[in-house]
Design a protein around this ligand. Structure first.
Ligand code: AMP
Ligand code: TRP
Length: 335
């Protein structure tokens, strides 16, 4: 079996929130520390599928990189870079645009959600976003992709593209069919204001999410104001059905305390939300305060961050270039 190669991406479109942290970045760090070969990408090409203010895009790329480092990613152990500095992504994405079928892309729920009612006016890039994502992963022959639940369908499409390319060009096993890693209690953290919507950078109310840059007072305030229901905390998991806000807060607590939902219910059953919220705020603060301080420190060292991304891009280029070259030959491009 080939060596495990981990790839994942995060859009530099704003502050990272608790969903990004628990669903993705914290697990990136665990994989890095478990000694896998890891490549983590700031997907700026994906970011511009919705118009970005150029100054903000640049600043967000720096800030999300600072957050990666503050959470524990290390350039000595992982390749950290921004997508637009490595040309294999867009070149391979074009080939994949010709492999993937319109019918496959028409099924993507993220496009439907993001394009909304005015689909005719969405960018073409937003529509073929998933073929670029497949290129990100397959340009490195990555085998494992840690993501939150919302990316599951895109990973399935990536697997279909890998299999169809291998078949169309008679190259069995050229692209490995990658495995998603969507595990644990935090694959879908929900909004603090509405337990049926996922926590997201694009939600207008900042009260709906905990940002990695929030100070302790804001964390306490947001948790205190988080929506709940009028019932007490139950003792059985089954009783959380139709109580999405309760399930979300308990799930966040369980993840941070490194325990199961069952253990968490045992701890809080019969009490009201005040007790859970107090304990949850304490846990959040002890986890996020050091990260928050480190992000602030790193933001004073912009040149250092720019250099990490440049170096990372060079290393990413060295790995992806020969794979792209082989793909080009398989397709029949004259050199
Ligand atoms: P994005 O900010 O959309 O680029 O997402 C970066 C990573 O965070 C992806 O792996 C997402 O699946 C994950 N993610 C985003 N929002 C959430 C959420 N609310 N809960 C869990 N994971 C999330
Ligand atoms: N689409 C992912 C998201 O919005 C980000 C992403 C882009 C990604 N390319 C990737 C994730 C490759 C995993 C692997 O969250």
């Amino acid at each position: 079996m080939a060596k495990k190669l981990v790839f994942s991406g995060v859009q530099p479109t704003g502050n990272l929130h608790l969903g990004n942290y628990l669903g993705a970045v914290k697990r990136f760090v665990e994989l890095q520390d478990a000694d896998a070969m890891c490549i983590y990408c700031l997907v700026d090409l994906h970011a511009i599928t919705n118009w970005q203010n150029p100054k903000e895009l640049r600043q967000n790329t720096i800030e999300v990189t600072a957050a990666f480092l503050a959470c524990g990613l290390r350039k000595e152990h992982s390749i950290i870079f921004n997508q637009s500095q490595v040309t294999a992504h867009t070149e391979l994405a074009w080939i994949f645009n010709c492999v993937a079928r319109i019918g496959w892309l028409n099924r993507m729920t993220q496009f439907k959600e993001k394009a909304g009612k005015n689909r005719e006016n969405a960018s073409l890039g937003l529509y073929c976003y998933p073929t670029l994502m497949a290129a990100d992963i397959l340009a490195y022959h990555a085998t494992h992709v840690p993501v939150g639940e919302d990316q599951k369908q895109h990973l399935e499409l990536t697997r279909d593209i890998a299999a169809k390319f291998n078949n169309d060009f008679n190259a069995p096993d050229f692209f490995p069919v990658p495995e998603p890693i969507i595990e644990g209690t935090a694959t879908r953290i929900m909004s603090l204001r509405d337990g049926t919507k996922k926590m997201s950078k694009s939600e207008t109310s900042d009260m709906s999410r905990i940002n990695l840059t929030d100070d302790n007072d804001s964390i306490r305030k947001k948790i205190q104001k988080a929506k709940t229901d009028p019932f007490e905390i139950p003792s059985e998991k089954e009783e959380l059905v139709d109580r999405p806000e309760a399930e979300n807060l308990l799930g966040i607590y369980a993840t941070l305390a490194n325990q199961s939902i069952e253990q968490t219910l045992e701890q809080f059953s019969g009490s009201d939300f005040k007790k859970l919220k107090g304990a949850l705020s304490d846990l959040l603060i002890s986890e996020l305060e050091p990260i928050n301080k480190e992000i602030k420190k790193l933001l004073d060292q912009e040149a250092y961050i720019v250099e990490i991304l440049r170096e990372g891009s060079e290393r990413a280029d060295q790995i992806s270039r020969p794979i792209l070259e082989e793909a080009r030959q398989l397709v029949g491009f004259l050199k």
